[in-house]
Design a protein around this ligand. Sequence first.
Ligand SMILES: NC(=O)c1ccc[n+]([C@@H]2O[C@H](COP(=O)([O-])OP(=O)(O)OC[C@H]3O[C@@H](n4cnc5c(N)ncnc54)[C@H](O)[C@@H]3O)[C@@H](O)[C@H]2O)c1
Length: 358
Amino acid sequence: MSKTYNVAVIPGDGIGPEVVEQGLRVLERIAALEGFTARPTRFPFGAEHYLKTQEVLPDAAFEEIKGHDAILLGAIGDPRVQVGFLEFGIIARLRFGLDLYVNLRPVKLYAAHLCPLKDKTPEQVDFVVVRENTEDAYAGMYGFFKKGTPDEIATQEMLFTRKGTERVIRYAFELARRRGKDRKLTLVDKANAVRAMDLWTRTFEEVGREYPDITREHAYIDAATMWCVKNPEWFDTVVTSNMFGDILTDLAAMIQGGLGIAASGNIHPGRVSLFEPIHGSAPKHAGKGVANPIATIMAVQMMLDYLGEARGAQRIEEAVAGLLRSRKLPSLGSDSGLSTRQVGDLVLESLEQVKVTA
Ligand SMILES: NC(=O)c1ccc[n+]([C@@H]2O[C@H](COP(=O)([O-])OP(=O)(O)OC[C@H]3O[C@@H](n4cnc5c(N)ncnc54)[C@H](O)[C@@H]3O)[C@@H](O)[C@H]2O)c1
């Protein structure tokens, strides 16, 4: 009997609904080609819904979403609503509430001409960043004292727990082993200045002893950004904290071709997990049909891989890679000359043609 996957879909704001529509077309076609069933259920949360109803993400809906096999998110954020309010109320609520402790960010260049670095080839830009996704400064422990006065003090805690650090580091070692590329894991931190990160140093060493087949490397975040540009081929699997991962992965997105292709998984292994493009709602492009849907299509690719549909995932990856290599899809921005739907059409066409080995 064919498998059925129930997918909670939150198209969200701005270009979110446009790119998600293409992601769902690809999901539907892959399901038909690979013989499984995908049942998407759309949820209306985002700015429009909030402005109409004052609802952000009600508890009942949160519970309903939790009952799905996976979540696909477009983007959240709208200039009509206070900065960060919906992002925190929806994205952070799902990340923290579902304890999605791994933010997984593959950084893979599919065609050399998309890389802004001189002479870098796809073989040299192929690594994955495992970003801790539930702690650090993002835990929301902040405050103001004497706010609005010349003596104002503002604080925000960087919070790291042993359990939180250990589980994400362990995930990264397992991933380095599964990838089987250079069998190398690089810890990125700032333990020389942020002394609390000594917890990361010690945990990395301790957990690492259980993985003698994986080489352990280390880079401070400032140096890691430099290596990312100078020698991206030095990275295989990277593990880092929430804030440093947030910054490093946007830089990394640029060397793989830009926000138009970068996707991420917010994962708790074995539980409902969330997949999304890393870009935001790009309000200036909303409603114009010019947004590039490839990052969302790659989020669908990651979702299928997570769900165990390796063939379907490989099919999407090969189709997108082929379109980029052949320049049938000339760019990953809003300037490709193709509409959002036309890019979706191109991907659908090439899905049929690619060969899969998985
Ligand atoms: N996970 C999320 O939902 C998420 C992530 C980042 C930002 N945001 C929110 O999105 C809103 C806009 O944020 P921003 O402008 O800083 O970042 P953004 O990613 O929305 O857009 C930055 C620029 O990148 C380009 N771009 C991004 N995605 C594109 C696509 N698919 N096709 C073509 N061009 C694309 C556009 O030129 C855009 O102006 C804010 O409210 C922000 O908080 C949400």
